[in-house]
Design a protein around this ligand. Structure first.
Ligand code: NI
Ligand code: MN
Length: 229
């Protein structure tokens, strides 16, 4: 399993030569400018945690270029369906077996409105189980006790958690989330993209270190094997 960070909350994950793309927000991200060209980002499946523009901005363009299928909640998949994009609708609590592995949609405490103001259903996180490893990508969320349900069904290898505060968990809460989902390795996201979510990386590292959890920052454009985390 190879993980590529495209900035903000956008990740590419390659499993068995299939490309999963999470929450594509590249063309509007000043921090990704000059580092990532959205017209070259591969995707077979685009997984959207919620409808906010900083998670879906490039989904339409990339889906149309690649033919990728959108995996998200019913409202978001319907919104893209009206644009002629194929999708697989899910909702919180449900799982589906895809060619790369199993996706479970899990709860997130946040909001979800599409860029045009249409309702984007409820926000979610995803738990991915695959022969190459299992991970949790939380989406935008507060710390929520529901996270404790995840390790009851899935032994995770790592988690991708927001740490930027203001709109989501901060690093202190994300470190608690990591304990609750029972991971020792976390890739952070949703920080430093704009003013409201600027963080002190040293403080973030120490919040995780206190709980003996490894916080692995990725540079925008960096690719690693999950086993190198
Ligand atoms: Ni959001
Ligand atoms: Mn966001």
């Amino acid at each position: 399993m190879r993980i590529t960070y495209y900035g903000h909350a956008c990740f590419g994950v390659e499993i068995a030569s299939r490309h999963l793309l999470f929450d594509p927000f590249i063309s509007g991200n000043p921090k990704a400018r000059g580092l990532i060209d959205p017209s070259t980002v591969p995707a077979d499946f685009i997984l959207l945690t919620h409808g906010h523009e900083d998670h879906v901005l490039d989904a339409e363009t990339i889906a149309k270029r690649t033919g990728a299928k959108i995996i998200s909640n019913f409202e978001i998949v319907s919104w893209y369906g009206a644009k002629g994009i194929e999708g697989h609708p899910m909702n919180v609590g449900g799982s589906w077996q895809f060619p790369f592995g199993k996706v479970k949609m899990v709860s997130a405490i946040h909001s979800s409105t599409m860029p045009d103001g249409t309702t984007g259903g409820v926000p979610a996180g995803f738990v991915i189980e695959s022969p190459e490893g299992n991970f949790y990508i939380a989406g935008d969320t507060s710390l929520t006790y529901d996270m404790k349900l995840i390790p009851l069904s899935t032994k995770l290898d790592f988690a991708i958690l927001p740490i930027g505060d203001n709109f989501t968990m901060n690093a202190e809460d994300a470190a608690i989330a990591a304990e609750w989902v029972e991971v020792e390795r976390v890739i952070p996201c949703h920080y430093d993209t704009f003013g409201y979510i600027e963080i002190d990386k040293t403080q973030a590292r120490s919040a995780f270190a206190k709980r003996t959890i490894d916080l692995h920052f990725l540079n925008i454009g960096e690719t690693i094997e999950a086993t190198e985390l």
